[in-house]
Write a protein that binds this ligand. Structure first.
Ligand SMILES: [Cu+2]
Length: 451
């Protein structure tokens, strides 16, 4: 079986477990995704990750040595009875984990020396569930921490499985909710945005400074129709000036958001009002255009859709697809990122914290890829092929099929996927360093579950 086949098999196994079929199919009990931290919480940006595998009666850590600083322990109970994971000298501990359960624990400010870790269940440490993490400033240790160390293949397999079993891991915060509006007396749809820095959990236990609109990454989805009068009030609560560019949307020049040419920068504490009439169907995005190489990848970006793209896309695709009823059941906004505080991610989350999607055979989903990052991402859904129906919000005269589609920075591609075969199909960026590490799948990876 090739690498992709192995992947698919392992995701299917884990998703079946999550869907409650695990007890029948795999004979395992309750695969769970538990995120969050029972240790210190807060920013652990730059923290070294250590994968912890608990079993009867051993505590295995990879890498076995780390540089001083903050450490995020990704803990998986691979045993058959309850265990926990504790760092006694810091008073940090996870809750008791059931067999198959995972969680994370952030421990900050670890200094050079030997760090003892144990399972605190009575008798387990004496039976062997204690280990020592070497904390050292040596360069070899730094390299070990970034490469995952010199693992045996068995350790690598165990670690990959431990990470994969967390999917879909629960994390704090989510983006892409639909933004509500009020209607003004002069007939505008009025949307309120507040730009502010928040603590954002990119993956279990990894909190970063996220630059958000309304506390969401990606920003909330704005939907309007052709002919609508649109007003966006943007309040700047960031520590620096900002501006808002309406990318791929036809607006008057004064509303283009390019300070200092089309408007003054919006200083901290100020509000700027953007107004335009929606003239054309768009798969647009809105994002900062001020210190944008920092503000956008840190999170200040979202989708602005003009008109009903489920219908527009299916009008193009319907006759060429095996869709059962001719309608799309799902519309997916997928914002790609690779830089800044958020880093490699799908919709502001890194695997295993990404969101899986679901279709039944014969159903279709309309996917809009938005690249808000700094490099091209070839997005690949294992099956089925997608019919590419629109580029940058313009319906294509010649739609084409693709199972892997390059999405360049700034581009939007609209693709219709119709589910043909049951299973859990991996869906990821095909730059492999954007999808996998020696510790397993990470970053720009999710799955389509077809039932
Ligand atoms: Cu990529």
């Amino acid at each position: 079986m090739n690498a992709e086949g192995t992947w698919t098999k392992s995701i299917i196994a884990m998703m079946l477990s999550i869907m409650g079929l695990g007890t029948m199919v795999l004979g395992v009990v309750g695969v769970i995704a538990v995120a969050g931290s029972d240790g210190e919480s807060g920013t652990s940006q730059g923290a070294t990750q250590v994968q912890v595998h608990l079993s009867e009666f051993a505590v295995e850590m990879m890498p076995p040595a780390v540089p001083p600083g903050d450490v995020t322990f990704i803990v998986h109970n691979g045993g058959t009875v309850d265990h926990n994971f504790a760092v006694p000298s810091f008073g940090a501990r996870t809750k008791n984990l059931q067999p198959g359960e995972s969680t994370s624990l952030v421990v900050k400010g670890i200094t050079e020396g030997d760090l003892e870790v144990i399972c605190e269940i009575v008798g387990h440490d004496a039976a062997g569930m204690k280990a020592t993490l070497a904390v050292s400033t040596s360069t070899e240790v730094s390299q070990l921490a970034t490469t995952g160390g010199q693992m045996t293949w068995q350790q690598m397999d165990a670690m990959m499985e431990a990470v994969a079993k967390q999917f879909p891991a629960k994390t704090e915060g989510s983006g892409n909710s639909e933004l509500g509006y009020s209607t003004s007396t002069d007939g505008y749809k009025v949307f309120d945005l507040v730009a502010k820095v928040i603590s954002w959990e990119v993956e279990p236990g990894k909190f970063v400074d996220g630059w958000s609109y309304n506390g969401q990454i990606p920003a909330p989805i704005i939907r309007v129709n052709t002919g609508d009068k649109v007003r966006i009030n943007l309040k700047n609560e960031l520590p620096e000036s900002t501006s808002l560019h309406l990318h791929g949307i036809r607006v008057p020049n004064a509303m283009d958001g390019v300070d200092p040419y089309t408007q003054p920068a919006i200083k901290p504490g100020e509000t700027f009002v953007y107004e335009f009439v929606a003239q054309e169907s768009s798969v647009g995005m809105y994002h900062s255009h001020h210190n944008a190489q920092v503000q956008v990848p840190n999170g200040l970006a979202g989708a602005l859709l003009i008109d009903d793209w489920k219908t527009i896309a299916m009008d193009v695709a319907r006759s060429r697809l095996a869709d059962a009823d001719g309608d799309a059941e799902t519309e997916v906004v997928m914002v790609l990122n690779d830089s800044g505080n958020i880093g490699l991610s799908l919709n502001g989350k890194s695997f295993p914290a990404t969101t899986p999607y679901a279709l039944a055979i014969g159903e279709s989903m309309v996917v809009h890829y938005f690249n808000e990052g700094n490099t091209t991402h070839p997005m690949h859904l294992h099956q089925p092929s997608g019919l590419v129906v629109a580029h940058d919000g313009k319906v294509m005269e010649k739609p084409f099929w693709a199972d892997t589609l390059n999405v360049a920075p700034g581009e939007r591609w609209t693709v219709v996927y119709t589910a043909l075969d049951a299973g859990v199909w991996a869906w990821h960026c095909h730059i492999l360093t954007h999808a996998e590490t020696p510790e397993g799948m990470r970053y720009m990876v999710t799955a389509l579950i077809v039932s």
